[in-house]
Design a protein around this ligand. Structure first.
Ligand code: S6P
Ligand code: ZN
Length: 183
C-alpha cells in the first residue's frame, strides 16, 4: 500500500479522508447500560447518537496498524454517562494506544479480577496492554470526548466477552460531577 496521511479536523471532530464511518446510536447499545428501561425510552423518543468512529482502512495483515478517531457525545442514560461498548481484542497479544484530544473522560480497563480506571483528558496518552478489556466514558455534561487510537491490524474485536464478563464499574452522575459505582 501507499503511504498516506489524514487530518484531524478538531472543529468538526472528524478525521478527514476517512474510509469508514460508524455511528452507534442508543438503539445499538441494548444491554450496555444498567437501566435498560431508560435506554429503551430514549431509543423510542429520540434515538440519540452515543458515539461516532472515523477509521482508515489498511490491510489486516501482520505489521500494519489500524488507527481511528472516536467521538463520544455528552449524555447519559438515567445518570449513567455515555460510553463506548468496550471490547477485548480477539488476539490477546495485541495492545493499543489511546491519545485524548478533546473533552473529559475516563478509561475503564479490566483483565480478569484486575480493574484500572485512568483519567482521560486532552494530551493524555494511555497504553492499554495486551489482554485488557477497554471502554471509554465521556464524563462531561456539555462537551464531546474525542480521542485517537492506534492498534495492530490483526487485533480483531471481542464484544461478546464484555457481555459475558461485564465491566465491573459504571460511571454515573453525582451532582455536577461523577462517581464510580460497582455494576
Ligand atoms: C479499537 C479501539 C477503538 C474503539 C472505538 C469504539 O481497537 O479500541 O477504536 O473501537 O473507540 O469503541 P468500541 O468498544 O465500540 O469498539
Ligand atoms: Zn481496542
Amino acid at each position: 500500500m501507499e503511504p498516506f496521511s489524514t487530518i484531524y479536523d478538531s472543529e468538526n471532530e472528524i478525521l478527514t479522508n476517512y474510509t469508514l464511518h460508524e455511528e452507534k446510536k442508543i438503539s445499538d447499545m441494548k444491554g450496555y447500560f444498567i437501566n435498560e428501561e431508560a435506554r429503551e425510552k430514549i431509543e423510542k423518543e429520540e434515538n440519540k447518537v452515543v458515539y461516532k468512529v472515523y477509521k482508515q482502512d489498511v490491510p489486516l495483515i501482520e505489521g500494519e496498524l489500524l488507527h481511528c478517531l472516536t467521538c463520544i457525545q455528552p449524555g447519559n442514560v438515567d445518570g449513567q454517562f455515555f460510553m463506548t461498548k468496550g471490547h477485548y481484542h480477539l488476539n490477546e497479544k495485541c495492545a493499543e494506544i489511546y491519545h485524548c484530544l478533546k473533552g473529559d473522560g475516563l478509561l475503564l480497563l479490566q483483565k480478569e479480577d484486575q480493574i484500572k480506571i485512568l483519567e482521560f483528558k486532552p494530551n493524555a496518552i494511555a497504553y492499554i496492554p495486551a489482554g485488557w478489556g477497554h471502554r471509554t466514558v465521556n464524563i462531561s455534561f456539555t462537551k464531546s470526548l474525542v480521542f485517537f487510537s492506534v492498534w495492530p491490524a490483526q487485533s480483531g474485536y471481542d464484544y461478546e466477552r464484555t457481555m459475558k464478563e461485564p465491566f465491573q464499574s459504571s460511571i454515573v452522575k453525582d451532582k455536577e460531577s461523577y462517581k464510580i459505582i460497582r455494576r
